[in-house]
Every structure is written in C-alpha cells, then in structure tokens.
Design a protein around this ligand. Structure first.
Ligand SMILES: Cc1ncc(COP(=O)(O)O)c(C=O)c1O
Length: 373
C-alpha cells in the first residue's frame, strides 16, 4: 500500500491560514499595497544587529539551554518584576507562536475545551485542535469587550483554559483592568488557566497604561516576544511566564520539539530589552491616526487602542466581496473570517510605509462607494 497520500486526521481539520493566502497574492503583486500582514518595518536597533553579528563570528552558533540563556531570562524577569507581573518561572521560546503551542500542549488533553475570544489570532483555535482539544468561541461583537455573560455560559466540566490576546490582533482591543479582573475571577472560580498573548504590549496608543492579566491574577500564563517590539519576526524569539508547574511542563515539551530557541537571537535580545521603543510606537500611532481619519466617513471602525491593526466593518457586512474588490485594485486586506466565526469585518495592518497610506485610504474608500451604489 502506498502511504504517501495518507495524512493524519489532524491535518484534515486544519485549514491553511487565511492571512498567508492573501499575503502570497500581495507578494506576487509587488506594485500593490500590502495591508495584509503584521510584520513591523521597525529599524532593528543597531546594538541588537551588532550583537547578533558578533555572536555568529564569535562562534555562538550551538545549542543553548532549553530554558533559555540565563542572562536573557534574568533580564526579562527584571522587566516583568518592574511591571509588577505575577510569575513563578519563565521559558524562552521559538517565537510567541512556539510559546503558545507549548502552553496548549502543556494544559490541553484530548477532548478538553478551550475558550477563545472571537475575533482571535489565526493560530489559537488551530493549535487547540492540533493538541486534540476543542475550541469554543467567546463572541465579543460588536465592540469586542469582554462580558461575563458571554463567557460563563460556555464553561463546562471539560473547559480547561481561556485564551485572551491584548492588545489584540485583529481588533487592536486593549482590555480594561475591570475586564481582566472579571476574567481572572471567573477562571479562579472554575479552576481554569488563563493564557494571555500580550506580544503587542509595547504598542498601546491610549493614555491609560497597559494592564497585563498577570497584574491582576497570580497564576496567569503570559506569552510575549521580540517579533513586534524589536522588529525581528524572522529570528523567532518569544517567552512565556507563568506558574512553575506549567513552565516546567513546557520546558520538557520543548526538549523534544524546538530543543531551544535561536541562540544568536537570544544574545541579541538582551540588548533589545535595553532599547527604547517609544519612537517606533509614535510612528505607528501616527499611521493609525491617519487611517482612522481617512476611513471614518465611510467605515464603522470599532474602538481600539493597540497593536498594528484596525478591524473596520465591511460595507454591507460583505467582507469577501469587499476584500475581492480591493484585491482587484491591488490593495490587500484580510476578510474577517480568517480571525472569526463571522465574516462581517476586514483587517488592515498599518505596519506599512507612510507613502502607502494615502493611496490605500483612497482605494478602500472608492471600493466602499462602489459597494454602496
Ligand atoms: C497576537 C499574535 N501573537 C503571536 C504572533 C506571532 O508572534 P511570533 O512571531 O513571536 O511567533 C502574532 C503575529 O502576528 C500575533 O499577532
């Protein structure tokens, strides 16, 4: 029998990423405007680049500890303590995505249910499925805020975890301390893990300082990383902080999967932690303001305060038609159903150079006008 056509049951349940499909189209049309991907055009700070190059030349090209370089772990722990985050231990991971995968592998058994806030980052539900779990979705439309009455009815005796992401992809939502306390209280009462992906925590545009779930909950599992804050998405470096038993389980799983995170990136990240990112954040604040000002007369844009994204409602809530028409005009945005059980909105990433913003706004508005006729 030829086994080459036989794939696992698992992969039949996992669709390819809806972002990658449009990103590939954008790459095939380099004269278009790509608003499809959250890959920041941050100028990687020189000390970070220098340290990476030096590390390669100095022969730092080998396996390192599964848990991560001691000096990086210590530097991250210092930052987390300064921010008054609760954690007992931390693990350096292959990107935030690697951290999320290991966290789910550590806490989800086959048949367990995981509550995921909808809209959600593309990996969340699929990784739960990869672990044999069952994703359940917390509907947060229309304003994307967290409400106990949308969460509590979903909790069953199979529920193991709640997955949050703020600042959020695709919505840009940043939760209030009251919303986070409510989730922490529910989780503690029902014995659930809370896994919070806070990779955009540096990119917050409101006056109110960012609150982490670990500011209000002792046993939270917090995922973060360097892809966004340092602009090194290709270096694959993240970290997870949380309760000792969870981090230890993740470290064991890492031994047999990723082995360790990238050695060179870890060396350089010690420098990255000392770099001031405020000028980059200001750049994104200005781009976000330009998009909101340019699109508000044609689009309903739910309130947001962070990350690199806006998640406006598509004209007539017809996201596929809107996105197809934009693609015909070579502006690449993502339909809402890549991130949601609904397909009424679209995501645009404002991680795009300033010269593209005006033409992008003009095209999005023109397509909206065409669809109103
Ligand atoms: C919410 C969220 N988490 C994680 C990631 C991926 O992070 P990393 O590159 O560290 O795997 C992204 C990338 O877009 C994201 O939006």
């Amino acid at each position: 029998m030829n086994a080459s056509g036989c794939l696992s049951e698992r992969v039949h349940q996992i669709p390819p990423s809806g972002i990658r499909r449009i990103f590939d189209l954008a790459c095939a049309n380099p004269d278009g405007i790509d608003l499809s991907i959250g890959d920041p055009d941050i100028d990687v700070p020189k000390p970070v680049r220098d340290e990476a190059a030096l590390s390669i030349h100095a022969g730092f090209n080998h396996y390192v500890s599964t848990r991560g370089l001691p000096e990086l772990r210590e530097a991250i722990a210092t930052e987390l303590r300064q921010r008054k985050l609760s954690f007992e231990d931390l693990l350096i991971t292959a990107g935030a995505t690697g951290g999320y995968y290991l966290a789910m592998m550590a806490v989800v058994s086959p048949g367990d249910e995981v509550l995921i806030v909808d809209p959600y980052f593309v990996a969340y539900a699929n990784v739960v499925i990869m672990c044999g779990g069952v994703p359940r979705f917390i509907d947060t439309y229309p304003d994307f805020s967290l409400r106990a009455d949308a969460i509590e009815p979903l909790i069953t005796d199979r529920t193991r975890a709640i997955v949050l992401n703020h600042p959020g992809n695709p919505t840009g939502v940043v939760y209030t301390t009251a919303e986070l306390r409510m989730v922490a209280e529910l989780a503690e009462r029902h014995g659930l893990h809370v896994v919070s992906d806070e990779i955009y925590d540096q990119f917050v545009y409101s006056q109110t300082p960012f609150t982490s779930i670990a500011n209000v909950m002792d046993a939270a599992i917090v995922i973060s990383g360097f892809s966004k804050r340092t602009g090194i998405t290709g270096w694959r470096l993240g970290y997870v902080s949380g309760p000792k038993n969870v981090i230890e389980a993740m470290a064991t799983l890492q031994q047999y999967s990723y082995v360790c995170a990238n050695s060179i990136a870890q060396k350089a990240a010690v420098r990255a932690l000392a770099c001031d990112t405020s000028a980059e954040v200001e750049k994104y604040r200005a781009r976000r303001s330009a998009f909101i000002a340019g699109l508000s007369s044609r689009f309903t844009i739910p309130k947001s305060a962070g990350a690199f994204y806006l998640f406006p409602e598509a004209p007539g809530k017809r996201a596929d038609e809107f996105v197809d028409r934009c693609i015909e005009k070579k502006v690449f945005v993502i339909p809402g159903n890549a991130f949601s059980q609904y397909n009424t909105h679209f995501r645009l990433s404002f991680a795009v150079s300033d010269d593209k913003i005006g033409p992008a706004i003009a095209t999005l508005n023109r397509v909206a006008d065409e669809m109103q006729r």
